[in-house]
Design a protein around this ligand. Structure first.
Ligand SMILES: [Zn+2]
Ligand SMILES: [Zn+2]
Length: 243
């Protein structure tokens, strides 16, 4: 980050001190008391069962083995109103970029209590990739929210992060109002790889903020597998429909 940008952020912090989004206590965008209220998911569920089904040490259920994504780690439920609030504030106005710290803590808490952490371990061929966003979104937001999360995980687990390898080449429509099938169609061919040499035989952990139908992760996983990735797992802060 350049000095000017750093100074600007410092001035903004001083002029507008953070207030907890939940209890309005001064200090942080989400205080530790409120963070501890969020229920962490201790399980791993098949990414493709509409009603999330628990899976143990195998990533996905027997009926969904043909999908490219090998499994998903989702830390919390997107149905938790506080989770929804913080993720929205992180991604949209007022763009509380530093909520990344709390969201990373949520993911780490999931890995600490998850029975399936054996799947997520540092190997020479493991790496993290953030789900890329379009150039226009990047310009509007000023950051890729998933990259911030991937960077935090990379520092904590000492797993390399691959940047600018998986890129978004197609401007897609907003997924919010689209059905499951429309999302799939909307995302087809949305990603490409800039260097398949780096991807070959890697175990890739794709990082995103919210997992809804899985269309984005599946399309990214397909692209990575085509380029020679050995395994592709997803890591999401929150999953829609998880209880
Ligand atoms: Zn609070
Ligand atoms: Zn399934």
């Amino acid at each position: 980050m350049n000095l000017l940008k750093k100074c600007k952020e410092k001035i903004v912090e001083t002029l507008f001190p953070a207030w907890c989004l939940n209890c309005h206590k001064e200090g942080m965008a989400l205080c530790s008391d409120c963070l501890s209220l969020i229920e962490i998911n201790p399980w791993q569920h098949c990414p493709f069962c509409p009603k999330p089904k628990r899976v143990i040490n195998k990533g996905k259920c027997g009926s969904h083995q043909h999908f490219a994504l090998d499994g998903l780690f989702s830390a919390v439920s997107y149905q938790d109103p506080l989770v929804k609030k913080i993720i929205r504030a992180f991604k949209y106005q007022p763009f509380l970029k530093n909520l990344d710290q709390q969201l990373i803590q949520i993911i780490l808490a999931h890995f600490q209590i998850s029975e399936n952490k054996i799947l997520f371990h540092s190997q020479d061929n493991s790496c993290l990739i953030a789900i890329p966003i379009s150039k226009s979104k990047l310009k509007r937001r000023g950051y890729n929210q998933s990259s911030l999360l991937a960077k935090g995980l990379s520092t904590f687990y000492q797993i390399p992060i691959l940047e600018n390898i998986l890129i978004k080449t197609k401007e897609t429509k907003s997924q919010v109002s689209l059905s499951k099938e429309e999302r799939k169609e909307n995302l087809a061919g949305a990603f490409s790889i800039t260097s398949s040499e780096i991807i070959k035989n890697k175990i890739i952990f794709l990082v995103d903020d919210v997992f809804t139908t899985g269309a984005t992760m599946e399309e990214a996983a397909k692209t990575l597998k085509r380029a020679g990735a050995k395994k592709v797992f997803g890591i999401a802060v929150a999953r829609e429909g998880l209880n």
